[in-house]
Design a protein around this ligand. Structure first.
Ligand SMILES: Nc1ncnc2c1ncn2[C@@H]1O[C@H](COP(=O)(O)OP(=O)(O)OP(=O)(O)O)[C@@H](O)[C@H]1O
Ligand SMILES: [Mg+2]
Length: 356
């Protein structure tokens, strides 16, 4: 099935109906994940969240769960960035959500939320010290698998975060490129996932890895919960979310080589053709609705619009410069409108299927 199944000019009435239906289900947590690096995850999260928040009037909390903090650098001003990270003990970041657990204080009482006007969403900013918490989550995972309450509570830290974000329509997670302990906890807490990918052989492998890893983790967690003496100590009484696959986004921002010459197109096309089958094979256990097109869209090379939107700290659709930016911005508007429409359509179809 191809993306042509989802109409890019879907009447806004239909979209509004889908949005209303989605909002009636309460907050939906979506992670954007690929264990391959540099495939456009952060760019997609920031620009898709901005499109849905600014154009479709949704309340979105974006969580920068990547210790590289690229999303945070993208959306906050340079001055705020310096002020925050220059301090010896910066607080109010994703680190402050996880740190209390490691010193036996339990879940943080409030989420450290920051409003980002240019993008229309709120954020929990990233923190390089999050990398230090990989160990805590990895150690406590062993305890969780054996039914230990402490390990299970640590593993459920993002479920607690999502529960506290109940006033939002969506929580979007930007994640680092690994199958490590932080990402495991996020994937076990979220309701849905989207896979941003480049069109290359590594993306085919990444799709296989994601499917296999998540299935194993879910089984191990189920086992831990069965063994635990007191599920009432765990968020949602230890109920594991069903994680659904909403679709993948391809990007071509590496279609040109450093010298500006096109890359080998035949290899690219051969892999592009394999993607739908690979996705169907590796991720079918995560489909709740077989009938939706899983290709949410294709992001072409947007030239200097991408770095310019980073330095200006505005979404690509709102970069106000003229000249060569005019065409790139027009393309960006079409691309993100199309992906947002397909994303909302698939989410609505998935949620309606779930309650049948
Ligand atoms: N459509 C695009 N056109 C041109 N450049 C792009 C486009 N999308 C992303 N880029 C550039 O590609 C680089 C990688 O993108 P991004 O940081 O979003 O990838 P990522 O998957 O989040 O990386 P990581 O795995 O390190 O987190 C960035 O420098 C970004 O500016
Ligand atoms: Mg990134």
């Amino acid at each position: 099935m191809t993306s042509s199944n989802n109409k890019s000019n879907q009447p806004s009435e239909a979209l509004a109906k889908s949005l209303m239906s989605i909002k009636s289900h309460g907050v939906q947590a979506i992670c954007f994940f690929n264990n391959k690096g540099g495939v456009g995850k952060t760019t997609l999260v920031a620009n898709l969240a901005a499109q849905i928040a600014l154009k479709l009037d949704c309340k979105i909390l974006v969580v920068d769960a990547d210790p590289q903090c690229n999303l945070t650098q993208y959306v906050i001003s340079d001055q705020e960035f310096v002020d925050h990270y220059n301090s010896d003990n910066p607080t109010n970041s994703i680190y402050s959500v996880i740190h209390p657990l490691s010193i036996g204080k339990g879940y943080s009482t409030e989420l450290p939320i920051k409003k980002i006007n240019n993008f229309g969403f709120d954020i929990i900013i990233g923190d390089p010290r999050l990398a230090l918490k990989e160990d805590l989550l990895a150690q406590d995972w062993r305890d969780a698998k054996a039914g230990g309450v402490r390990g299970l509570r640590t593993t459920f830290v993002f479920s607690d975060l999502i529960k506290k974000a109940k006033n939002y329509d969506f929580v979007f997670f930007d994640m680092g490129p690994s199958l490590g302990a932080i990402n495991r906890s996020i994937l076990l807490a979220a309701n849905h996932f989207v896979v941003p990918m480049s069109v290359d052989i590594f993306s085919l492998w990444a799709v296989r890895n994601i499917g296999e890893a998540v299935k194993v983790w879910q089984k191990e967690l189920e086992n831990g919960i069965r063994l635990t003496e007191d599920p009432s100590e765990i968020p949602n009484n230890g109920k594991i979310q069903r994680l659904c696959f909403l679709g993948y986004v391809t990007q071509q921002h590496k279609e040109k080589s450093e010298s500006g010459q096109p890359r080998v197109v035949e290899a690219y096309d051969a892999i592009r053709q394999k993607l739908p089958d690979e996705v169907n094979k590796s991720l079918k256990d995560f489909f709740d609705n077989e009938n939706i097109s899983k290709h949410l869209g294709d992001i072409k090379h947007l030239a200097s619009l991408a770095p310019k939107s980073q330095t200006l700290h505005v979404p690509m659709i709102n970069v106000k410069l003229r000249g060569s930016y005019t065409t790139a911005r027009k393309n960006a508007r079409e691309i993100f409108n199309n992906i947002a429409t397909n994303f909302i359509t698939n989410l609505d179809a998935t949620l309606s299927q779930k309650i049948k």
